[in-house]
Design a binder for this molecule. Structure first.
Ligand code: FES
Length: 137
């Protein structure tokens, strides 16, 4: 009789330790979950002063900003086919993919090639300091 009581105490301690491990895991994830998510998705936040966007088209390593009538269109440079970095042909309003040849209009509209869809538009907002804020994945 005494022996079975000792076993049930061990089982109880195991259950308690599992319970507290789960609780500490939930607390850790809720505390650092956003940071971990940001780390694994590699999302970046870009802050660009509007005065730097002087020409109709601004570009960096991650996206194009098309400015028309003081409205902006932000397009990811990641090809919607397999993710190669898109390149702009300066003399015309065409963006091409060097990997498999997909072509897009500068507005992001699909023209030809294996991508078969428009370029991805990125969300942006402007703040009161005339900064355009873009989240790029
Ligand atoms: S990755 Fe761009 S067309 Fe294939």
């Amino acid at each position: 009789m005494q022996k079975s009581k000792k076993i049930s105490r061990n089982a109880f301690l195991k259950k308690i330790s599992v319970f507290f491990s789960l609780i500490s895991g939930v607390i850790l994830f809720s505390t650092y979950g956003k940071t971990l998510n940001r780390f694994f998705t590699h999302a970046r936040i870009y802050r660009i002063p509007l005065k730097r966007i002087k020409n109709r088209i601004y570009e960096n390593d991650r996206f194009f900003i098309l400015k028309e009538n003081n409205k902006f269109t932000v397009l990811s440079k990641k090809c919607p086919h397999l993710g190669c970095t898109l390149q702009r042909i300066n003399s015309v309003d065409i963006i091409v993919c060097p990997c498999h040849g997909s072509r897009f209009h500068i507005t992001g509209k699909f023209i030809s090639g294996p991508a078969a869809q428009n370029m991805k538009r990125l969300n942006y907002k402007t703040d009161s300091n005339n900064i355009i804020i873009i989240k790029s994945s």
